[in-house]
Write a protein that binds this ligand. Sequence first.
Ligand code: UDP
Length: 178
Amino acid sequence: MNHCDIPTHFIKKIDKKSQLLKKVDIIPIEVLVRNFFAGSLSKKFGVKEGTQLSDTLIEYCLKSDELGDPHISSEHILNLGLCDFDELELIDEYSLRINDILRSTFYSIGINLVDFKLEFGICKKTDELVLADEISPDTCRLWDLKTNKKLDKDRFRRDLGNIEEAYEEVLNRLNLTI
Ligand code: UDP
C-alpha cells in the first residue's frame, strides 16, 4: 500500500512474526468495505450472500468490545468526535482506493474480494492519517472466483474446516512467503 501512495504504519519486517511499525493513535472505528452482500449485511437486509452490490458500500462500526462493535453512521462519528470531517473524507478515499488495488490483485489470482475491514490511525510523530491494520484472510472475505469456495476466516466462524489450507492457498496464489 505504501508503494501505491496509501500511507501506512508499516516500516519494515523484522522476522516472521514481528514488524516495526509507526506509533499511532488508533481512530476507534472499523471501516467495512463491501463489494457483495455477505455476513451481517446479508442478514440485515435478507439478501442472499454473494449478491453484487450496485456500488461499493462503506460502513462503520464503533470499536468497542463492551458494546459489541455497533454499526454507526458518519454523523455519529463526527458527533462523537471520533475523528474530524477531513479525516473521515480521507478514510473513505483511502478505503475506496485500497478496495480498487485489492480487488484487481485478488481478481488476477482468481479470487473475488467480497468485503474487508480496515482501521486507521494518526501517526504520533507526523500527525498523518495512516492505514494501521493487517490485510489478511482474517479480515477479508475471499471467495474462489470459479467455485465460490471460501478462503477466509468464515471457514473458522462457520466451522467449515481446512482453514490453514485455505489461508495457504491465498498465500501461494499471491506468490508470497512468510
Ligand atoms: N471484519 C473483521 N473484524 C471485525 C468485523 C468484521 O475483520 O471485527 C471483517 C469480516 O471478516 C468481513 C468484513 O469485515 O470480511 C465484513 O464483516 P461483517 O460485518 O459482515 O461481519 P460478520 O458479522 O459477518 O463477522
